[in-house]
Ligand binder design. Sequence first.
Ligand code: TRP
Length: 371
Amino acid sequence: MEKEFKVTPWDVSGNVDYEKLIKEFGVEKISDKLLERIKKHTKDLHFMLKRKVVFSHRDMNWLLDEYEKKNKFFLYTGRAPSGPIHLGHLLPWIFCKWLQDKFDVEMWFQFPDEEKFLFKEDLTLEETEKWTKENMLDIIALGFKPEKTKFIVDTKNADLMYKEACKIAKKITFSTVKATFGFENDSNIGEIFYTSMQAVPAILPSVLKKKNIPCLIPLGIDQDPHFRVARDVYPKLGYYKPAILHSIFLPSLKGDAKMSTSDENSVIFTTDKPEDVKNKINKYAFSGGQPTLEEHKKKGGNPDIDVCYQYLKMLFEEDDKKLEKIYHDYKSGKMTTGEIKNYTIEKINAFLKEHQKRREEARKKIEKFLF
Ligand code: TRP
């Protein structure tokens, strides 16, 4: 029997069947034809597109129609500050940075600093403030252009946000969010209102510039339900529906569907030291290898369930040829589990060394990004 899975903005569990999820959410798979169309503008394709890490969308053809008519879009995504950033968080943002460079567009990045306060029992608004700043460092470190990137913090930019949120909230009923998110009578009313805050940045540049500007939202697919609800509302207020690109989740070290901060031994943080990374991968990374070296050499491993292989494919091995070789060598048993782990540790540590340096330099740059 198939294992149950669950994907909501606050909870991802079970063995996620992405094909099924696409149908449930009513989104479209990215076709080869769409990839070709994107490539016409970007010249090359990001490996996340080629490898179906970014795998589905809403209204991308409309967005490109507009772009081809010289109606440029802006990018929008976000992060609810609540704790340290891990590799899984970085995945859609690395893709966003590529989009910003290729299309030379603005990026509006929301920090809904009330979200996790409302949804989690044990977080105060004061603690969140610290995480907002810390999380900003990771985003700046990825290399977004300061002159084209704007950070909006819900509680700090409330004067801009609240009016628009009310207009959106007025057009969403309790029964809609209840059906979408499973709220109950004991859900607090902040939770029920929240989707309207996350919906605002998709129209904020249009509001400010007093003309409609297309918006593209790259996100982890768990965030799609907010926009499924909001997309029905935007046209009623006279705005475009935003286009969306969905990425799949980076698995946790232990092989669960989504890396999550709730299990310390299953997550790699951007601030982890080389030793931490080495220990965590060696100790916890779920292996597709055979129990003994002898057996491995004979039968070969299974890269499709091997967490290190997934990390290489989804984030750290940009070179298609190298990745393919690793796939075949591991599958044939030529490459051992120890070897694929060591290679992945090296790759992650090389990335983190650079990231951590840029992250420290970012402390001086925050001001430039604030709206
Ligand atoms: N809700 C997201 C989180 O939990 C944060 C977020 C705000 C977001 N706006 C967004 C994510 C737009 C994707 C797209 O981190």
